[in-house]
Design a protein around this ligand. Sequence first.
Ligand SMILES: [Zn+2]
Length: 212
Amino acid sequence: MEDKFDCTCGHPISFRKKITVSIACTSCRNLYCLTNNTFLKISTLRPVVEDVSPLKIHTEGKSESKEFSITGRQQIIYSSSYRNLWSATYTNGEHFQIGESYGTYSILNELSIEASPAKFRNLKVGKELQIAPKHFFYVNGIYEMKSITAEGDLPTPVILQPQCITIELSNNKFESLIINIYGDNDIKISSGRFLNFEDFSFKNTRNLNGWI
Ligand SMILES: [Zn+2]
C-alpha cells in the first residue's frame, strides 16, 4: 500500500506503508526518516557518485525463485573505494540488501545480534574470526567511511554517523560478513553470500552503452 506526503520543496513523495523507513526526495535530495510514525527530514544528501553500476532503482530480479525489485540504495564512500548497498524487496514485503563493489555482488541480511565493538577492534587484514563452531571468516579489508549518501526508498535507516569503520570478511564457502562499527558503541553486522551477476536474473538494468 502506498501513501504520500509533500517534501519541503513541494515535490510529492510516495512511500510504502509498513515498509519504508528512509526516503530521499528525488527532486531536492532531502532525506526523511520514519520517527514516531511520521517522516522527519534529517538531512540533505549529496548526489550519488556515478560508478557505472548496471543496477538502478526499479531494476527487478529473482533470488531463490522469488521476484524482487530494487527501491533504493545507500552508497558508502571510503578513501579509495566504495560500496553500494541496494535495497531490494520481495513481492511479500520481505527485504534484503545487494552489496555491490567493483563488479562483485552479494546478498546481505542484517543480523540482530548484540556484540561489543571491542571484540572486533583488534582485527587486521588476513586475520581469522570464528563466529560459531567450525565457522570461520577472514578479514579482506578494513575501511574508514568518508561519506554516505542514498537515493530512493529504503526499508532500513540511513545512519549518518560520521565515524564508521567497515570490516569486510569472507571465507572459502563464498560467504560474506560485513561489520560496521559506528562511533564508539554501535555495531551492525550483515551476513550473506557472494553471487554472480547472472544469478540474480536482473531485468530493467541500466543501458550502459557508451560507458563501458
Ligand atoms: Zn524535495
